[in-house]
Design a protein around this ligand. Structure first.
Ligand code: FE
Length: 177
């Protein structure tokens, strides 16, 4: 590949796929990702899939890596995601907007879904449990940048905000591994 290709060119060439076009640079590790409450709507036994919703108002491709505290990728880390739909509702009967997946050998994951709506009292967020094989589970929530709900939600943390570039988002986890 020639030097200085733009992200758009890389994407066009398919070289930045299947993972995000957002560069895998400036990985931050050392400190564990902040844990947050699970909330009332977790359901175990979600289906294994990386596409949660393929239609909806606003799609987002969330990618990232799972790292240990010493910045090593956590191969086969379990990531279990669940979030409200574009009406702010959780599917408590079935598994819409719910799914788990395992990171690849480089600790990478990709989640295709929709941007959840806000619901009363909460900023837009995606719930997730992340676990290295045989280690303890990190339960947390991921937020969206510039969401007006962020300033009103006491749970919101800047550290837990994904980086967004249009329909792509990036978030890296640092877990006990
Ligand atoms: Fe929630």
């Amino acid at each position: 590949m020639r030097q200085g290709m733009s992200r758009r060119e890389l994407l066009a060439a398919g070289l930045a796929l299947p993972f995000s076009g957002i560069a895998y640079a400036q990985l931050t590790c050392g400190e564990l990702t902040l844990a947050q409450t699970e909330g009332p709507f977790f359901k175990p036994k979600s289906p294994e899939r990386h596409i949660l919703v393929d239609s909806g108002k606003e799609k987002i491709l969330l990618t990232g890596v799972v790292l240990s505290r010493n910045c090593k990728p956590v191969a086969k880390a379990l990531l279990d995601f669940w979030h409200a739909d574009d009406m702010g509702e959780y599917d408590n009967d079935g598994f819409r907007c719910r799914g788990h997946q395992f990171a690849d050998a480089e600790g990478r994951f990709r989640l295709e879904t929709i941007v959840p709506a806000q619901y009363p009292g909460r900023a837009r967020h995606i719930h997730v449990k992340v676990q290295a094989p045989g280690r303890r589970v990190l339960t947390t929530q991921i937020y969206f940048p510039n969401d007006p709900g962020n300033t009103r939600d006491p749970l919101y943390r800047a550290d837990l905000t994904l980086r967004r570039n249009g329909s792509e988002g990036r978030f890296d986890f640092v877990i006990d591994a």
